[in-house]
Design a protein around this ligand. Structure first.
Ligand code: KG4
Ligand code: ZN
Length: 358
């Protein structure tokens, strides 16, 4: 079983070929540089860039694997959620290929692809507990099976990746913010500034990062003669300390909310063994270490995809495509791209997760 995966839902144009023996035959990722000066992804620029590059990225992927298109068994694509212009580019390319080659078409939820890709390198059985944390989403879920999720909690405002990006932007560090803030945080003192831990004591698994971002803004403003963050005068040391305190706050919130989620998970899914983290923020080594320690304390095993498979890529789409294809979960060719697509849309929010006491 060999699947071509195509990803174009944000600012990466990517494709990969993965088979059911868990072999990555080829992977091509083009990260758009068009957004560097804007501190975030500009949807129209992203769509145009996907359109311009998607054919060559797919062609390069086949060339890398020395495979002809006819030899694949299915075409999978991230069909949402995401920026609709980019998603549509990928979906049209995937549908055209599937139609021309007469192969099954698989319209995937981008978040499901993040959720399943850890199974490519680690033998993780269903069900498992998942912290899905990216630029647009931050959720704690139980992955019960392919296509079956139970949401225990979600952010009520910003995603964690968004908070990393905004912190970076306010500090003038550039986009994407996560990797730069992590690098700076490693040099800083994580006890210097007092930052809030939003929803820390709420009796549920929900998260919030907007108050944290505002608190960071206030600290930066205090370094400015006129209170405008653009005019803040900061030493590298100050920037590093803010990054360290911010990152620690994110780690504390994740740990706290996951403690609750783990209690629920162990009670309701006694066969479950793993806590997995996925999505762009899961590339953060400090946060991975915090989760690893949490697992040691609570008796779960910890797993995360390799760093390069945390941020958007084609491998996760191809692998989720393999998982769908093995169960013959195919999509009709008239599937419409979905800008919004909750992972657990058919399942009610877990009863009782809100009441779990850590
Ligand atoms: O999963 P992803 O590539 O795209 C979305 O689906 O959103 O995630 C991108 C997000 C960005 O917000 C980026 O700043 C964040 O992941 N990110 C990180 C790190 N690497 C990427 N956040 C924290 N630490 C990192 N090392
Ligand atoms: Zn993503």
């Amino acid at each position: 079983m060999l699947v071509l995966g195509i990803e174009s839902s944000c600012d990466e144009t990517a494709a990969a070929l993965v088979n059911d023996r868990k072999e990555i035959l080829a992977s091509t990722v083009l990260t758009q540089s068009e957004h560097k000066n804007f501190g975030g992804v500009v949807p129209e620029l992203a769509a145009r860039a996907h359109l311009e590059h998607i054919d060559e990225i797919i062609g390069e992927t086949f060339a890398q694997a020395a495979i002809i298109p006819r030899d694949i068994d299915a075409v999978a694509v991230a069909a949402g959620p995401g920026l609709i212009g980019g998603v549509t580019v990928g979906v049209m390319a995937a549908k055209s290929l599937a139609l021309a080659l007469d192969k099954p078409f698989i319209a995937l939820n981008h978040l499901e692809a993040h959720a399943l890709v850890a199974r490519l390198h680690t033998d993780i059985a269903y069900p498992y507990l998942l912290l899905l944390t990216s630029g647009g989403h931050c959720q704690i879920l139980v992955v019960e099976d392919v296509g079956r999720f139970k949401r225990l909690g979600t952010t009520i405002d910003d995603a964690a990746g968004e908070a990393f990006d905004k912190t970076s932007k306010m500090l003038g560090l550039g986009y994407p913010g996560g990797p730069i803030v992590e690098k700076m945080a490693a040099l800083g003192d994580d006890t210097r500034f007092v930052l809030p831990r939003p929803l820390y004591n709420s009796p549920d698994c929900d998260l919030s990062f907007s108050g944290l971002k505002t608190a960071v803004r206030k600290i930066i403003e205090s370094y400015s003669p006129d209170g405008q963050i653009e005019h803040a005068i900061m030493r590298k040391r100050d920037i590093a300390d803010i990054c360290a305190c911010f990152q620690k706050a994110v780690g504390d919130v994740f740990t706290r909310k996951l403690e609750r989620a783990i209690a629920y998970f162990l009670q309701h899914y006694p066969t479950g063994r793993y806590l997995v983290t996925a999505g762009g923020v899961a590339a953060n080594l400090y946060l991975r270490e915090r989760l690893q320690k949490l697992c040691q304390r609570t008796g779960l095993q910890f797993a995360a995809p390799p760093i390069n498979l945390c941020t958007d890529n084609g491998v996760m789409i191809a692998w989720a495509g393999v998982e769908h294809a093995l169960r013959q979960m195919y999509s009709p060719l008239d599937f419409k791209p979905r800008p919004r697509w909750p992972l657990d849309e058919n399942a009610p929010k877990a009863q009782g997760a809100g009441g779990v006491k850590a």
